[in-house]
Design a protein around this ligand. Structure first.
Ligand code: NAP
Ligand code: ZN
Ligand code: ZN
Length: 346
């Protein structure tokens, strides 16, 4: 075992504390990464809350960039000093139909999550990247393309890929009418990616105050979801609606925005939903979901972002301010992703 330093939420504690974090010694196909930047995802908030209720510990963090510091004996894809990026999946069975199709995110044996998962070789609990070092199987690390800022690129590895897979598999391209509900970490990247794909892109937000950012993000229109007249006027307007809202909500108002044969794609709230089938029936609408991404799609996303200059709008904070970042994220006070600078852990 090797030891690094990170930020851990322990059982009933309401804040994360600096703590030592154990990492495994490198296996032949592992690399060690010095974590430089880690995004703060809303899933981290959900996880801290769930672990508090269960009285368990968690080290969050599953979208990060850094530099390779050491490689295992069989690693040929990376060398010490390479800039890399890692997302929310760090292993999968590699043999099932999903893995063979490059959709490790849907591995029939369930992918190993970057934190809160179970290592499939030694059974240990995985600890996340709110820490200075992470040890990862080499095939789940991605070369960070030159030209992408490492801080702004970190959120691509969870927020970005989670919206990229639905956008790309739903065929979003020039002329597609896309709406994105919830303008946070996932939402603002969905907007930027949809715009870069050539879509006619609209933001649906509760926060009228965010409307001013729409043009800067490249969106063509904003619908304030608390205004019933604007919502009614947007009826049947979009081929694809990407819903990133992180809490349970009625799908009816969002389904009514979908055009005939269009799709409402849920990526935000992954629990129970309420739905009237009539809202699907009228207009033959489709409901779908997506989560994270496979290795080929993740690599493609990074190339696309480098080519089109897409990255997150970040507020960079020293990692010691992680609790402030989580508090502000909970209060919807972020434009649009906190990223922790881990250098203060050295
Ligand atoms: N499917 C996946 O693979 C995947 C991956 C990562 C995260 N997630 C999940 O996606 C969700 C969003 O994550 P995020 O990091 O983008 O969160 P975030 O930065 O907090 O953004 C969520 C946005 O949704 C809106 N919102 C927040 N609370 C709301 C409520 N109660 N009702 C309606 N709208 C609300 C807000 O936008 P406005 O102010 O514009 O309304 C907020 O900015 C989380 O549940 C997270 O766990 C899923
Ligand atoms: Zn995430
Ligand atoms: Zn598999």
């Amino acid at each position: 075992m090797r030891t690094t330093v990170g930020w851990r939420a322990d059982g009933p504690a309401t804040t994360l504390r600096r703590a030592s974090v154990e990492r495994r010694d490198l296996r032949p196909d592992d690399i060690a990464v010095r974590v430089d930047h880690c995004g703060v995802c809303h899933t981290d908030l959900h996880a801290v809350r769930a672990h508090r209720e269960a009285g368990a510990s968690v080290v969050p963090g599953h979208e990060f960039t850094g530099v390779v510091t050491e490689i295992g004996s069989e690693v040929t894809r990376f060398a010490a000093g390479d800039p890399v990026a890692v997302g929310n999946i760090v292993d999968a069975c590699g043999e099932c139909a999903m893995c063979r199709a490059g959709q490790e995110n849907f591995c029939h044996a369930f992918p190993t999550l970057t934190y809160g998962g179970t290592d499939r070789h030694d059974g240990s609990a995985t600890l996340g990247a709110y820490s200075r070092e992470y040890v990862v199987r080499d095939r789940f690390a991605y070369r960070l393309p030159a030209g992408l800022d490492p801080a702004a690129a970190a959120p691509l590895l969870c927020a970005g890929i989670s919206v990229w897979e639905p956008l790309s598999t739903l065929g979003v391209g020039p002329g597609t009418r896309v709406a994105v509900a919830g303008l946070g970490g996932l939402g603002h990247l969905a907007v930027k990616l949809a715009v870069a794909l050539g879509a006619d892109t609209t933001i649906i937000s509760r926060s009228a105050g965010k409307a001013g950012d729409a043009r800067r993000l490249g969106a063509h229109d904003v619908v304030v979801s608390t205004d019933p007249d604007r919502m009614a006027a947007a009826r049947d307007r979009f081929d694809v609606v990407i819903d990133t809202i992180p809490a349970p909500h009625d799908l009816g108002p969002y389904l009514r925005l979908v055009a005939m044969d269009g799709t409402l794609n849920l990526v935000g709230h992954l629990g129970q939903v309420t739905l009237q089938v009539m809202d699907l029936l009228v207009g033959r609408k489709k409901l779908s979901s997506a989560g994270s991404g496979g290795r080929p799609a993740t690599a493609a996303l990074l190339d696309f972002c480098a080519e089109h200059g897409v990255a997150a709008d970040v507020e960079l904070l020293p990692s010691a301010r992680v609790n402030e970042a989580l508090d502000r994220l909970e209060r919807n006070d972020v434009r649009y992703r906190f990223v922790l600078d881990m250098s203060d852990l050295s």
